[in-house]
Design a protein around this ligand. Structure first.
Ligand code: DGL
Length: 258
């Protein structure tokens, strides 16, 4: 049966992927689910996180009747993709740091990875670097405070330039760095604010277009878009409803977990 494509993140970061999906699949119905009760995921312990991601995604897939799940969260994907694919009966598209395109774009062969503390340390991420950027110097920088800045920004607040500068500072210890991977889906939502805090020419790379391309390949029987898409959240939040409305989603229903 036809259904929407479900996009999942801990918070509003997945909306950066929604934007790319709407460009590539303008006719497709999308639904959105976020685990706002447990945001942020970055500092959380792996074993707990796997159980939580499985529980939330399983419930959200059932509630939405989706034909495919896009895990629009690097922190979740680098940890739980295999477990999700084993557990769920729909195709699962993951979001992992865009190391390969960044290595292709870098002239200096010095690249930065800006992501959550979990993602920068994950074996999955280290394997990506080994496979696609073995000839590059890769500076991995944990930037968890930017998740909150992105959430604040979408809620209508001005991002704090001091927080952004402090988060980016470790990147600039490498004077040759010319390309930065935005390895957290929250960060493209701050792209102009990030660029405004940088005084050198840097190419910012993220995975959203690649995810949208991949989703278009795997999502069969997608329902046509027909009014605002459904959304699900794990905690009530009025402000979240207003943000989701701007991205074409109805106010969130509360997702019930066992
Ligand atoms: N948006 C997420 C990511 O891509 C997670 C942010 C968080 O919850 O820490 O990693």
């Amino acid at each position: 049966m036809a259904g929407p494509i479900l996009v999942f993140d801990s918070g509003v970061g997945g909306l950066s992927v929604v934007a790319a999906l709407r460009e590539r699949l303008p006719q497709a119905a999308l639904a959105y689910a976020c685990d706002n009760a447990m945001l942020p995921y970055g500092p959380r312990q792996d074993a707990w996180l796997v159980r939580r991601i499985l529980a939330v995604c399983e419930a959200a897939v059932a509630a939405s009747g989706c034909v495919a799940l896009v895990v629009a969260c690097n922190t979740a994907s680098t940890l739980a993709l295999d477990a999700l694919r084993e557990r769920l009966g729909v195709p699962v598209v993951g979001t992992v740091p865009a190391i390969k395109p960044a290595a292709a774009a870098s002239r200096s062969r010095h690249i930065g990875l800006l992501a959550t503390s979990a993602t920068v340390a994950r074996p999955y991420t280290l394997r990506l670097i080994e496979a696609f950027a073995a000839d590059c110097s890769v500076r991995r920088v944990a930037a968890d405070p930017l998740v909150r800045e992105a959430e604040r920004r979408l809620a209508g607040e001005r991002p704090d330039a001091g927080v952004i500068e402090a988060a980016l500072a470790p990147l600039w210890d490498d004077p040759d760095l010319d390309t930065v991977v935005l390895g957290c889906t929250h960060f493209p939502l701050l792209r102009d604010a990030l660029a405004a805090c940088v005084s050198r020419a840097v190419t910012w790379v993220d995975s959203s277009d690649a995810i949208a391309r991949r989703t278009a390949q795997v999502a069969a029987d997608v329902a046509p878009a027909n009014g605002p898409g459904a959304s699900l959240a794990t905690a009530p939040d009025m402000a979240l409803g207003a943000v989701l409305a701007r991205f074409g989603f109805a106010a969130p229903d509360l997702l019930m977990l066992d």
